[in-house]
Ligand binder design. Structure first.
Ligand code: FES
Length: 167
């Protein structure tokens, strides 16, 4: 069955006609052609597909696109640009928070959203204000990021990056 769905992705309205079984991840990658969001396991276990929906992070492989009609979706492409990185992206670069880079978009979306959950009332992709630090302990950050797997094992650098922004 096909259905019409309107998503707002990185501030842009996208009208799609999709097979109702299409995951949000496939809608983003295959239909909207935003390939920054990665497909790792496609089963909700790795976090590579993490995007921010109405301010909350989700695994986009586990969600049907048609469930997000009207939702505000932010992907890694919407967080910053090569000229003007989001502070979390800049921190990942500074601390080498990746190795192969495949999990990185999910790691960064996840980190941004979880810190924003704490900085209540400040919407995710606009809150570049580093003066508002959630002041999380390293253990809290580790716990909150436990759904994002890095097969290269770059965890300590990832942790350093997130700690700089939110610790
Ligand atoms: Fe969605 Fe792994 S691809 S959690």
């Amino acid at each position: 069955t096909m259905a019409k769905t309107t998503l707002r992705v990185n501030g842009q309205r996208r009208e799609l006609t999709l097979d109702t079984r299409t995951s949000l991840l496939d809608a983003l990658r295959e239909h909207i052609k935003l390939s920054g969001t990665k497909k790792g396991c496609d089963q909700g276990q790795c976090g590579a597909c993490t995007v921010i929906v109405n301010g909350r992070r989700i695994n986009s492989c586990l969600s049907l696109a048609i469930m997000h009609d009207g939702d505000e979706i932010t992907t890694i492409e919407g967080l910053g640009t090569p000229d003007k990185l989001h502070p979390m992206q800049a921190a990942f670069v500074k601390h080498d928070g990746y190795q192969c880079g495949y999990c990185t978009p999910g790691q960064i979306c996840s980190a941004v959203a979880t810190l924003d959950e704490i900085r209540q009332g400040i919407p995710s992709h606009v809150s570049a204000d580093l003066n508002v630090k959630p002041l999380l302990s390293v253990d809290e950050i580790r716990e909150r990021m436990s759904g994002n797997i890095c097969r290269c094992g770059a965890y300590s650098n990832i942790l350093d990056a997130i700690t700089e922004v939110g610790g």
